[in-house]
Design a protein around this ligand. Structure first.
Ligand code: NDP
Length: 301
């Protein structure tokens, strides 16, 4: 019988664990989120980050430069934030407008305030197992596995996706947790066979329900990081069938969220699996809060 991994419950547990640590600090942890322009999806993400900060009693600021801001002006802003003692975390919401040099901007964030864990120094720290902020989504997955008591040591983990924000750090964290790790990507030959070797299968691809029964070993743990919004009914019906729950949900709302794994196949074959929504998604913000609190603790020690 397959068990759902409940990301909302684990998010609440993580946040509850942070409350006493925040209360014990001489100064509130401070997070600044920089949102350039008016991308609607980014506005939603930033809004919920700021809201969670406030609920936890943390200091939070949202800075919203206009879409036309230059790279130089953004670098000046980051320099100011780096210098402010009461700010423990700086997050620049991606994607930035095309004319801005995103790499330069991310590199300008002081590594000890880089709560996303994307700075090359922190990528290096992760690689060699030194302390430092870890990227929030993959570290959320590790918390989920840990809190459900799912063993990683000696297991074969297959991560599909090799992005710098999810796939690669996910693989690295699993490796540090003593899994034997395979990373797959768009040039992998025989993806199905690679995936069927997985005791723990992680999908971080960005393609709706791409991983199906053919990719799943019965009894494996299935972690679906993908978040894909389907707005085309024909696509929903093609994947799930006319009489499915997903199609009914689409008919009510006009869109549905779908992960990278076929949820009916994952529910049927897995030992544990993460639904979309409600699986991995809620953990990202929780880990961002955890990274900010950790930074505040380190900087106030
Ligand atoms: P990217 O587009 O940066 O990376 C996708 C990866 O998938 C690439 O490595 C790519 O391979 C691989 N890929 C694409 N097509 C195939 C294929 N046909 N077969 C095998 N591999 C393939 O995406 P992200 O890593 O940023 O995000 C992945 C998913 O996770 C998205 O759905 C995103 O929305 C979601 N996400 C969810 C978060 C959460 O909070 N739960 C947070 C961040 C992301 P290649 O390198 O060869 O191109």
């Amino acid at each position: 019988m397959s068990q759902i991994l409940d990301g909302k419950r684990i998010r609440d547990e993580i946040l509850a664990g942070l409350a006493p640590r925040i209360a014990a600090l001489p100064r509130k942890p401070g997070l600044v989120v920089v949102l350039v322009g008016d991308n609607p999806a980014s506005q939603v993400y930033v809004g919920s980050k700021v809201k969670t900060c406030l609920e936890l009693g943390m200091h939070s600021e949202k800075i919203t430069p206009p879409a036309g801001i230059s790279t130089e002006a953004l670098l000046d802003l980051i320099a100011t934030l780096n210098a402010r003692a009461e700010i423990d975390g700086i997050l620049v919401q991606m994607p930035l407008p095309k004319h801005i040099d995103s790499e330069k901007v991310l590199d300008a964030i002081a590594p000890e305030k880089d709560v996303d864990g994307f700075h090359p120094v922190n990528v290096g720290n992760l690689s060699i197992g030194r302390p430092g902020p870890r990227p929030c989504t993959p570290s959320g997955v590790m918390e989920l596995l840990k809190r459900y008591g799912i063993e990683t040591a000696g297991k074969h983990a297959v991560v599909v996706g090799r992005s710098d924000i999810v796939g690669k750090p996910m693989a690295m964290l699993l490796l540090h947790a003593n899994a034997t790790v395979t990373i797959c990507h768009s040039r992998t030959k025989d993806l199905e066979a690679e995936c069927r070797r997985a005791d723990i299968l992680v999908g971080a691809i960005g393609r709706p329900a791409m991983l199906t029964k053919a990719h799943m070993k019965p009894g494996a743990v299935m972690i679906d990081v993908g978040i894909n919004e389907l707005k085309d009914r024909a696509q929903v019906v093609a994947i799930f069938g006319e009489d499915s729950e997903k199609t009914k949900a689409f008919d009510k709302r006009g869109s549905v969220l779908v992960g990278d794994m076929h949820p009916y196949d994952a529910a049927e074959l897995s030992s544990y699996w993460t639904p979309v929504p409600g699986g991995v998604g809620p953990l990202t913000i929780a880990q961002l809060m955890a990274n900010t609190v950790e930074s505040a603790e380190r900087r106030q020690r």
